[in-house]
Design a protein around this ligand. Structure first.
Ligand code: NAD
Length: 433
């Protein structure tokens, strides 16, 4: 089978190289011509562990992957076309902005001349895949194609591994023919006994939003429990351990911190509530998750400013800028939100991140960027650990102590034991303990 993947972002490029790894000839398309030129040279547009090796292998050795900015040309021999373009939040309301999806659907309709299976892999509100079908059908005036919803669950930072070893593959299809094509595509995973959840198109679309919203709810919940723990002298990490051992609850996504960020959770929770609103369904649980998470960076800054009144010429070092470790993605990064609120409070910001500084420099030009943790911490009035990169887990605090002005640390990811830092001569503040 020949595949076309539209969009070479985190999902599209990972899917493309992984399908090539499964043995399929794959053409990846993007409307960003610079991105395509770089990809043709084997240069990945973002940081993602393991992706460059696979890209190199299938670009130069097996030649199973290629890149193009012409959908019209690439679709000619395609059996399956994946749509993996972005679906960000619309600025005016909480709905998903589907303009890229509609644009791609129109283009497919204009180019399609033979039977093809069109697969929605982007995260989209329920009803979108059927609308894609309608748009294509209106253009080609025939029904010789099928649509399928196949939401993606990979996580940035471990995307290649997640794609290769998913917990499950969800396929929302409306007939056996398209379901069988999808089963054939995912056969290498099926042989590894990955469960395939076969549903209707609408159910598959809802599964994706429900999964992300549920995980976001767990985070929102434990963060509010953390606030209570701080008031009453309890320890949220022990609470999370105590409840997480209950198999009905599970220990994942119970880490208290500065709130959830990234390119998916915030926008997906909002889009899911917007869909519910449209259908007059009460989604007050998610409304609460959304609003408490939105307020969280402000609350964290309030707590920081309560600990110390920083003078206008004070500087705080922020360690970690990406929304989570092992990615250079800073979309909706809570670490950067907190840094920005502090900056608006006349505090200077020193930054360090192993990978994400170039992306941050484009948006936050007034921060100072340093080539190491130790340089970023020289002469500062406090340190904030914003993202739990592994290289922050065993810092030399004796070295930092010698050059820091005020030894105060706000460990927003709870990666240190308070006593350890107190012994090193720091005032330590974690979250919920
Ligand atoms: P992204 O922003 O990294 O990439 C989207 C790509 O699509 C960009 O390269 C853009 O240039 C391209 N594009 C936009 N319009 C186009 C068009 N008309 N023709 C060709 N290319 C076009 O997005 P992403 O993070 O990969 O997310 C894509 C989708 O997958 C979203 O719906 C997202 O919610 C979902 N998703 C993302 C993740 C994640 O971790 N990033 C995980 C699961 C699902």
């Amino acid at each position: 089978m020949k595949l076309v993947v539209i969009g070479t972002g985190y999902v599209g490029l990972v899917s493309g190289v992984c399908f090539a790894e499964f043995g399929f000839e794959t053409i990846c398309i993007d409307k960003d011509k610079n991105r395509i030129t770089e990809l043709e040279k084997g240069v990945c547009p973002f940081f993602e562990p393991g992706i460059e090796e696979l890209l190199f292998k299938h670009l130069k050795k097996t030649k199973l992957i290629s890149f193009s900015s012409s959908l019209n040309e690439s679709i000619k021999d395609a059996d399956v076309v994946f749509i993996t373009v972005g679906t960000p939040s619309r600025r005016i309301n909480d709905e998903a902005d589907l303009s890229a999806i509609w644009e791609v659907a129109e283009e497919i309709g204009e180019s399609l001349k033979h039977y093809c299976l069109i697969v929605t892999k982007s995260t989209v509100p329920v009803g979108t895949t059927r609308k894609i079908k309608q748009i294509i059908a209106n253009k080609i005036h025939q029904e010789n194609f099928d649509v399928v919803s196949n939401p993606e669950f990979l996580r940035e930072g471990s995307a290649v591994n997640d794609f290769m070893r998913p917990d499950r593959v969800v396929i929302g299809a409306e007939n056996e023919k398209s379901l069988n094509i999808m089963r054939e595509l995912y056969r290498p995973l099926y042989l590894r006994e990955t469960p395939i959840v076969s549903t209707t198109i609408e159910t598959a679309e809802i599964i994706k939003y429900a999964a992300n919203s549920f995980l976001a709810t767990k985070i929102g919940f434990i963060n509010q429990v953390a606030d209570l723990c701080e008031e009453v002298g309890a320890n949220v990490q022990d609470v999370a351990k105590g409840i997480g051992m209950d198999k009905r609850i599970g220990s994942k996504f119970l880490h208290a911190g500065p709130g959830f960020g990234g390119s998916c959770f915030p926008k997906d929770v909002k889009a899911f509530t917007a869909v519910a609103r449209k259908h007059s369904i009460d989604f007050s649980i998610l409304d609460a998750v959304n609003s408490s998470n939105k307020e969280r960076p402000n609350k964290i800054v309030e707590k920081i400013l309560k600990v110390k009144k920083f003078n206008p010429d004070s500087t705080i070092a922020i360690l970690g800028l990406s929304f989570k470790p092992n990615t250079d993605d800073i979309r909706d990064s809570t670490s950067l939100k907190i840094a920005n609120i502090l900056y608006e409070n006349n505090i200077k910001i020193n930054c360090y991140d192993p990978i994400a500084m170039n992306n941050s420099k484009l948006l936050y030009k007034n921060f100072q960027y340093f080539s190491s943790v130790y340089k970023a911490c020289e002469g500062v009035n406090a340190i904030i650990i914003g993202t739990e990169w592994n290289e922050f887990r065993a810092l030399n605090f004796h070295k930092i102590k010698m050059s820091i002005k005020d030894p105060i640390i706000f460990d927003l990811r709870n990666i240190y034991e308070p006593n350890e830092l107190k012994k090193a001569g720091f005032l330590y503040y974690g979250v919920g303990k």
